[in-house]
Design a protein around this ligand. Structure first.
Ligand code: HEM
Length: 130
């Protein structure tokens, strides 16, 4: 029986499961393995803190994801398709492992941050104010 995301152990399980999928993904995996060559032993604990803060308001994540992805966008243009895949992988990992209020919140947070990030990063000509 699936349960809700309740503690740090659950967050670790979610984040580890998500990045296992990401690394193997045919569309976005290369960004993590080839473009950035992520140091997982550093990145994973940052992501545990990020998600723990997002779901349990622990205040233990300090960082600027928007700026980091703006920079990443200069190394590899981040497309709407990439964001859609990232979001799909994240929400499907949540659904495979957990069910409940925090699980729903995690998916909602991921989707809204992805939308804001995409909006800030990808120029949308129809919305550009001259
Ligand atoms: C196309 C979609 C995305 C791609 C390709 C992507 C890729 C990456 C990469 C390569 C890093 C750097 C890892 C490192 O330097 O060790 C990173 C960091 C991070 N990403 Fe993403 N990301 C995406 C979307 C998102 C979204 C939607 C969120 C939020 C829900 C997010 C949250 C973060 C956070 C919190 C960090 C760590 C920032 C820090 O070091 O403080 N990412 N991402």
């Amino acid at each position: 029986m699936k349960k809700d995301i309740e503690n740090k152990k659950d967050i670790e399980k979610l984040v580890n499961g998500f990045y296992e999928k990401v690394k193997q993904d045919a569309l976005i995996g290369f960004i993590f393995t080839d473009v950035v060559k992520v140091h997982w032993e550093k990145h994973l604990p940052v992501m545990y803190d990020f998600w723990e803060n997002s779901l349990f308001y622990t205040g233990n994540y300090v960082g600027n994801p928007m700026q980091i992805h703006q920079h990443l966008h200069r190394l590899v243009p981040l497309t709407a398709e990439y964001f859609a895949r990232w979001t799909y992988l994240f929400t499907s990992t949540v659904d495979e492992l957990f069910v409940g209020e925090k699980a729903a919140l995690a998916k909602q947070r991921a989707m809204s941050i992805a939308a804001v990030m995409q909006f800030k990063i990808i120029p949308s000509p129809s919305l550009t104010v001259n």
